[in-house]
Structure formats: structure tokens, C-alpha cells
Design a protein around this ligand. Structure first.
Ligand SMILES: NC(=O)c1ccc[n+]([C@@H]2O[C@H](COP(=O)([O-])OP(=O)(O)OC[C@H]3O[C@@H](n4cnc5c(N)ncnc54)[C@H](O)[C@@H]3O)[C@@H](O)[C@H]2O)c1
Length: 247
């Protein structure tokens, strides 16, 4: 029960890693507010959770919607942790990938994370709480056909490290997790249109026996960084990728 009486926001909770993280933190005693654009998926997740989760639909492309999520989750309760997990994978050869698609990936994967952090930080200063963002192995290395996604996830690491320094003296920790390939709807998305050189894509697969990570493998990393075991861990990235990035 690492999170007894803690108030935690988990975005992207309608599916995959966000769902697994919300379930785990609720099982360990947290009051969890779950946010996502997919309302039906959020309700399914709530039914899988212990306790009394607060279901808060929001759209990451809308700044006011992001701020409203934090306002609702903090109404009458101090905030201890925000796990920014919602994200979008849109990829394909550059000649098929226009600026509107690039901008949408950046808006959901990076700008909304900034807005959510900005809204949460005054609350987290009060509790000496913590932020955990979601980057990717695509945030520490380039990935063919994924320039928008990779740029957004590199951006998440820059945001994470900068906030960690800015808020360290006020006791707020800020970290990011870099999953490798995870068995979720995003991880198993059908390939995009256009000519793909699969040899380039397959460089980025997990090497550890058993292949892809499960959503629960990543949820465990969120729980560690949210816990007091990580009280001196800030401004860092935790890679969970079965040796994908090791070389
Ligand atoms: N699956 C992987 O292989 C992998 C690898 C590295 C990083 N990640 C990252 O992990 C995070 C979770 O991904 P996942 O694999 O669980 O994928 P997923 O598709 O199962 O879940 C992503 C969630 O984000 C939500 N979302 C998308 N657009 C949104 C919007 N505009 N507003 C609010 N919510 C929105 C979706 O509805 C969905 O529930 C993402 O940030 C992703 O980039 C995933």
C-alpha cells in the first residue's frame, strides 16, 4: 500500500500503460483520477479498479480541457502525483506526413504535457509531490519514419529535466519513463501507408527474451518513481525496454 491516502492523476487511462498504472496505484491505496479522450475506455478502466476512481474525460489538444482535468482532480484534495501517459503514435514516410500531422503529434505528446505540468505544479509544491512523464526509446534515439513522434518524445525529456531543476528547491521531483515496445493498442498499430524499409524498423525491437514489455512492466516503473523509494530520483529517465537501447 505505497500510495495510501495519496491523490494521483493518471492520463491516458482508457487503455494500455495508463490503464495498468491506474489499476496498480488504486490497488496500492491511492485515490486516482483517470483522464482520457476515450470516455468508454475510461469507464471500462474504472470498473477494473479498486476504490472510487474519479473519471474525467479531457482532450489533450485543448489547453482548457487539460487545466480542467487538474482542477477537478484537485477539488478538495491535495495532489501528490501526476502521471502524464496519454499519447499518440502517428508515423510514416516523410513524403506522406504533412505538417498538420506533425503538429497534432506535438500537441498531444508534448504541449499538453507542458500544460498539465504547469497546472499541477502549484499543487505539487504544497505536497512536495511528483510528476512522471512518458517519453519513449524514441525520445533518446531517432526512429525511422517516426520523426514527429521522436521529436515529441525528445521534447518530453527536455521538459522533464528543465522542470526538475526549476522545482528541485521546492521539493517537487520530475522524471520520465522511456518504454521500449509495449504490447498495447498503440504498440500493435497497423503500419502506415507508403514505402517502409522494415530492416530499419526492426532495429528497434526488444532484445530480452520474451520480446515486448507488458503494460504492467511500465506501470511498475511509474509506481517506483511515484514512491518514496525514489525520493532522491529527479530529472532522470528510466528506460524499460528489454535492452532495446543498449546497443
Ligand atoms: N506502446 C508502446 O510501444 C510505447 C512505447 C514507448 C512509449 N509509449 C508511450 O506510452 C504512452 C501510453 O501508450 P500506450 O502504449 O498505452 O497506448 P494506448 O494507445 O493504449 O493509450 C494511449 C491513450 O492516450 C489517449 N489519448 C490519445 N489522444 C488523446 C487526446 N487527444 N486526449 C486525451 N487522451 C488521448 C488514448 O485515448 C489512449 O487511451 C504514450 O505516451 C506512448 O507514446 C508507448
Amino acid at each position: 500500500m505505497r500510495f495510501a491516502d495519496k491523490n494521483i492523476i493518471v492520463t491516458g487511462a482508457a487503455s494500455g500503460i495508463g490503464r495498468a498504472t491506474a489499476i496498480l496505484m488504486a490497488n496500492e491505496g491511492a485515490h486516482v483520477s483517470i483522464g482520457d479522450v476515450n470516455e468508454a475506455g475510461l469507464k471500462e478502466t474504472a470498473n477494473m479498479m479498486t476504490g472510487d476512481p474519479q473519471v474525467i474525460p479531457y482532450d489533450a489538444t485543448d489547453h482548457d480541457s487539460c487545466k480542467n482535468l487538474v482542477a477537478k482532480a484537485t477539488d478538495g484534495r491535495p495532489l501528490d502525483v501526476i502521471c502524464n501517459i496519454a499519447g499518440l503514435l502517428d508515423w510514416g514516410p516523410v513524403d506522406h506526413f504533412d505538417e498538420a500531422r506533425f503538429a497534432r503529434v506535438l500537441a498531444i505528446n508534448l504541449t499538453s504535457v507542458y500544460t498539465l505540468c504547469r497546472a499541477a505544479l502549484p499543487h505539487l509544491v504544497e505536497t512536495k509531490g511528483t510528476i512522471i512523464n512518458t517519453s519513449s526509446t524514441a525520445g533518446v534515439a531517432g526512429i525511422a519514419y517516426s520523426s514527429a513522434y521522436s521529436a515529441s518524445k525528445h521534447g518530453v525529456i527536455g521538459l522533464t529535466k528543465s522542470l526538475a531543476i526549476e522545482y528541485a528547491s521546492r521539493g517537487v521531483r520530475v522524471n520520465a519513463i522511456c518504454p521500449g515496445h509495449v504490447d498495447t493498442p498503440m504498440g500493435n498499430q497497423t503500419p502506415p501507408e507508403g514505402e517502409i524499409d522494415w530492416a530499419l524498423v526492426m532495429r528497434n525491437v526488444n532484445k530480452l527474451e520474451g520480446g515486448s514489455c507488458a503494460p504492467e512492466d511500465i506501470a511498475n516503473a511509474f509506481a517506483y518513481l511515484a514512491s518514496t523509494d525514489a525520493r532522491k530520483v529527479s530529472g532522470t529517465t528510466l528506460t524499460v525496454d528489454g535492452a532495446m537501447q543498449a546497443g
